[in-house]
Design a protein around this ligand. Structure first.
Ligand code: SD4
Length: 344
């Protein structure tokens, strides 16, 4: 946990985008941006994931390979209680994972509610590459993983089990109430992470990248909302909701209350807004606006955040409630950006 606090902070990041922008071809033509790779990911603890992704991107590798390598970092980290190994379980005490990938050809794959596999992102990639399908769920996803040589592992750590047993005492699934409790704690400055669940380090990873060939790729992976109903699937593994990549335009990903993201096809909205001329920041704000509109009575209590990158290498993020941040890595290094939000 201590390492997680050692992050470089920044409130703005400029310069790089304009360099890249000057190399763009006329509107309408396929755009190739040489030489300016970039990777961005949700939540500041994921600077470690960016570092892993950069090992590939920085040496000219493919965006898809980079993001798949990057998101495996939190998947394998038992301290990260919202992704992969050590992820908080559902209400029945089972760790169920959601994951997806999408590449520059518009190909994609995902696994939903898969159990006992530490790196669901690798299985999602194989669904894309080796099956005629896009999505595999639950037992079928596990069966496919095993057929590809993956080994079953217990992903419920002592720490996560303890948190679950504590939750069982009340057995109340209420993301809104959790958020309020978190707000109180933050005001007392007791916790490093503003949102959401009681373990204090909820940080589903959505990661999108552009490589030296100007190609885009993305991955999103999570253990989902803690103490969810068994079988619940969030936005993260749903193409168009938790992740969307269009190699002509840009890529986007989301984090937060997945149900709200699914209802507006969030990441797809962000990419389409960029297609119609919005910057990544404006596009993320447009998706947030739709979520706020859908939740007119309680929008303040529904945390959702988006991040996006476009073909110029510009990036942006925006959230419903304050507290979202994202990591950006380019040749210049890594920074963490605290985003603006709809509500203050
Ligand atoms: C979900 N969107 O399962 C995920 C949760 C999340 O940071 O992103 N948490 O709904």
């Amino acid at each position: 946990m201590i390492n997680r606090r050692k992050f470089i902070r920044a409130s703005a990041f400029t310069g790089f985008a304009s360099l890249v922008g000057s190399k763009l071809k006329a509107a309408g033509e396929p755009v190739t941006v040489k030489g300016q790779p970039i990777v961005i990911s949700t939540w500041k603890p994921n600077v470690k994931a960016n570092k892993a992704a950069w090992e590939i991107l920085g040496s000219g590798g493919r965006a898809l390979d980079a993001v798949v390598q990057g998101v495996q970092v939190p998947e394998a980290d038992p301290e990260d209680m919202s992704v992969g190994y050590g992820g908080l379980p559902d209400r029945d005490g089972k760790v169920t994972l959601d994951s997806c990938v999408m590449d520059e050809f518009g190909q994609c794959g995902s696994v939903m509610a898969i159990e006992n596999i530490m790196h669901p992102v690798l299985v999602a990639r194989l669904v894309m590459e080796k099956t005629p399908h896009v999505q595999l769920v639950g037992a079928g996803a596990l069966q496919f993983a095993l057929s590809q040589g993956f080994k079953e592992e217990n992903l419920l750590t002592e720490q996560s089990e303890k948190a679950w047993r504590e939750w069982l005492k009340k057995s109340k699934y209420d993301p809104m109430e959790t958020l309020h409790e978190m707000d109180k704690l933050i005001q007392k400055q007791q916790v490093p992470y503003p949102w959401p669940v009681p373990d204090l380090n909820h940080d589903t990873i959505g990661m999108v990248a552009m490589d030296t060939n100007g190609n885009l790729g993305g991955a999103c992976t999570t253990s989902g909302m803690a103490y969810k109903m068994h079988g619940r699937v969030g936005d993260s593994p749903i193409i168009g909701a938790g992740l969307f990549v269009d190699n002509e335009i840009g890529a986007a990903s989301s984090t937060g209350v997945g149900e709200e993201v699914v209802k507006i096809c969030g990441s797809h909205v962000v990419v389409e807004a960029m297609r119609h001329g919005m910057s990544p920041l404006e596009a993320c704000k447009e998706a947030v606006r739709r979520i706020v509109k859908n939740n007119s009575k309680n929008a303040k209590d529904v945390q959702v955040a988006f991040l996006a990158v476009n073909k110029k290498g510009e990036h942006g993020g925006f959230s419903v409630a304050p507290g979202f941040n994202y990591c950006v890595t380019t040749k210049k290094g890594t920074i963490v950006i605290d985003t603006k939000s709809w509500f203050s």
